[in-house]
Design a protein around this ligand. Sequence first.
Ligand SMILES: [Cu+2]
Length: 512
Amino acid sequence: MRRRDFLHRSVTLSSAAMSWMVLPPLSARAADRDRVDVTLEARPYRYPNRIGVNFTGLAYNGRVPGPLLRVRYGQTFRARFINHTGRPSTIHWHGMILPNDMDGVPYVTQPPVPDGGEFIYTYKPDPPGFRWYHSHVGDQDALGLFGAFLVEDPREPRADVEVVLILHDVPDLDSLRAALAGRSDASVGTPPGLNADGMRALAGMGSMGSMGGMGGMGGMTGKPAAMKSMSMTMGDAVRYLSHCINGAAYPQTRPLMVKVGQTVRLRLLNASPTLTHYVRLAGHSLRVTHSDGNLLPHPVQVDALRIGVAERYDAWFEVTRPGAWLLESLAGDLHDHRQSVLIRTAEAAHQAPEAPPPSLAGARLFTYGLAGAGEPIPAGEPDPLGAATVRKTLRLGGGMPGDPHWTIDGKIWPHTPKIGVRSGQLVQIHFTNPTDMDHPMHLHGHVFELVEQSGQRLRYPLRKDTTLVPAGGTSTWRFLANSPPGRWVLHCHNLVHLMDGMMTEVDYVHPA
Ligand SMILES: [Cu+2]
């Protein structure tokens, strides 16, 4: 029995270690067992040279990102968490519907695991798709405590090449502390080529009446867009030392080798503490099939993919010719806010890689409205989104000069207004965002439907666990309260905003 346990463990972790970039199908042996056991041990960690700077943070099992976890849908998962970080810690399983006491939120779903302590997380990972895991204590995920988690659906078609790409940014810790106090002098901005029209389109505020009319993205192609980016200092921005894909900064990132004729599936995760990323692949458009691991209503073909903090996208492309191409992610305004990985065929070993254009001007961007066929809501429609039993409007706020707090309805956690629901109720949460930042709002323990974005109704709602609520805009979520009962936190996934108060909870209450 003990030997059997050992085999389980060693098989799971070694296959994860070998397959970091390219994922082979789960072996029959791995797919057939009832339970997958892993051990995740968190410790201080000095990052390797391949990130380009000196940095000591934290890591699961001595690597950043932590081990890639893979299960087949239907298997039971059991993680023994050992905490040697020197401070309390927990693990949150992002995007999973699971028993509330396995959700890993300190003081809400469990007492934090003390330094030197252990905790067993066990549940059946659900739903299938691309999930992830990270510490939910303080700034620990920014220090390195995160990793990807694939819940594989055996009914899904496989690509010839499947790859997990995790974008993350290594923070300057002084700058992170200054940002938490609202006194940072780092700037935030938008990548080159995203003009005001482009930003409006991303926010869902463009005049985009139909799928057919959206190729121009609200005028982005019609005007000579500025090559220069917009940038400003807001007090809450974090300065980053390094921008990484799978724990390395280009050119130290491991190249992805492909062959002509292959279909490639990229599983992209934005694990940055605060930055939205814009991903492009030179010479290719990307076919986006899943958002946050959940199947989109229709696949969407785009030139560039905007990924908010904690969001995931599955993006596919075909290799139709020999070549070498850079997959690149831009974050913010600065030239060095750039992450790259080389994708090439064997024939192109000595060829200089093709880079994406320096600007996003004219690029067809993935937007929620594009994927969900957004349409303007006719004025005067009494109930344009359908009836819900529980309706709640949450006003996002904060970021005022001299005040580090980020708020919901003017309050900071734990004083924010809670949302009480009963099992079986249909719940609608409407966000308004008068601040000048997008907020990646995340609900634990549920997959909700995004039904509205800045006045556009999505004809095909998107199933997600995190959405960017645009600056100056709105978002509406809808979900059936059928998760295991408990306290499910709802918060901004920008780490600075979360730590500065932008969190509330959806509470399952018993009928009186
Ligand atoms: Cu936020």
